[in-house]
Write a protein that binds this ligand. Structure first.
Ligand code: FES
Length: 133
């Protein structure tokens, strides 16, 4: 019964993903593909005072992939880039709140991989600019 409720929770995020879409002038765009199925996620972030000022995602994937990416955007909003760079697999699994098999782990973590990739690239570019000055 509780498991069904959580499945419904995931399906709701899949059917009505929060923060799905694009931003007009994102500071950060990152993208990756789950090579095992070809599904993909793109994250766009507006950075404000070293925090996630706004965030959107697009992509195609299974319910776990889309729901976890959507939940992650909600979780990341307002956090510092440093905090997001330290998000872990367990943070995502806690957001999903249902047991995930090893096979579905890549689905659940694609959004995290993409978001952290974007943050690392953004922070790396910032360091390069600081080094040049
Ligand atoms: Fe493709 Fe889950 S089956 S991301």
């Amino acid at each position: 019964m509780v498991f069904d409720m959580y499945q419904e929770f995931i399906l709701d995020y899949y059917r009505h993903p929060r923060n799905f879409g694009t931003l007009p002038h994102p500071d950060m765009i990152s993208h990756d593909v789950n090579t095992s199925c070809g599904d993909e996620v793109t994250m766009q972030v507006l950075v404000k005072d070293d925090r996630i000022g706004n965030i959107r995602f697009t992509g195609k994937g299974c319910a776990i992939c889309i729901a976890s990416s959507s939940m992650l955007t909600e979780h990341a909003l307002g956090k510092t880039l440093d905090e997001v760079s330290r998000f872990t697999k367990d943070d995502v699994l806690n957001l999903i709140s249902i047991p995930i098999s090893c096979v579905r782990l890549k689905c659940a973590l694609l959004g995290l991989k993409v978001l952290k990739l974007g943050v690392y690239q953004f922070l790396g570019k910032k360091l390069e600019v600081q080094d040049e000055n």
